[in-house]
Ligand binder design. Structure first.
Ligand SMILES: C[S@@+](CC[C@H](N)C(=O)[O-])C[C@H]1O[C@@H](n2cnc3c(N)ncnc32)[C@H](O)[C@@H]1O
Length: 203
């Protein structure tokens, strides 16, 4: 693994993702029971989970900033089991195991989003919920054009993040229904990054 991916990118990611903390409680407050978090990153969601979470299973192919993350896990009021694993290519869990799956600013980085979402759907209980906040394809055609142009370059410097994923469309194609979805643009930041999708999907 290169120095950039191992040492520099995780620090930049941790700093950048901290700027999103305000949005996290609005989604994570609804988590409960046994939760699978896809794209655990540096554990920034941990303080935002409510006491109704019994256990968190945290999955990410990157073991970013291990010492910092261990400290965050130690402060969590529920057990955290970690898997250094990608969400595509088959999750090692039985059908219908989880009450909730959570995913924040991660679908943009999953190389094959459809098989990964299908796996998330499989491991959710039939009455379970996928709670998500993602950035993706803008509703503004001018911004969307720039997202498509810049995505290949952006992917290279951000270890795989795509700017132009149609999040709602991908969720539906994977078989989820979307009883709740909000689309909005963040006030701060370049418009290619700020088109946001936040909501709840059911399997
Ligand atoms: C922008 S970070 C977001 C981290 C965290 N969810 C947050 O809200 O701070 C995206 C994360 O997705 C992870 N990721 C990339 N590809 C993945 C995959 N195939 N399966 C699961 N996670 C993946 C990355 O390693 C990274 O930790």
């Amino acid at each position: 693994m290169g120095i950039y991916r191992k040492h520099i990118f995780p620090r930049v990611m941790d700093w950048a993702m901290h700027q999103m903390d305000e949005l996290r409680p609005g989604t994570l407050a609804r988590a409960h029971g046994e939760v699978l978090e896809i794209g655990f990153g540096t554990g920034l969601n941990l303080p935002h989970y409510p006491s109704s979470v019994r256990k968190l299973v945290a999955l990410d192919p990157l073991d970013a900033l291990p010492a910092r993350v261990e400290g965050r896990i130690a402060r969590a009021p529920f057990p955290v089991e970690r898997f250094t694993l990608s969400a595509e290519g088959g999750l090692p869990f039985e059908d219908g195991r989880f009450d909730c799956v959570t995913m924040t600013w991660t679908l943009c980085s999953i190389a094959q989003p459809l098989p990964a979402l299908q796996e998330m759907r499989r491991v959710l209980r039939p009455d379970g919920q996928l709670l998500f906040i993602e950035h993706g394809l803008s509703e503004d055609p001018g911004v969307a054009r720039w997202q498509r142009r810049l995505s290949p370059l952006h992917r290279r410097v951000t270890c795989g993040c795509n700017l132009d994923r149609p999040i709602d469309d991908l969720l539906r194609r994977a078989g989820f229904v979307l009883p709740e979805i909000k689309r909005f643009v963040l006030e701060q930041g370049p418009r290619i990054f700020t088109a946001t999708y936040q909501g709840l999907a059911r399997p």
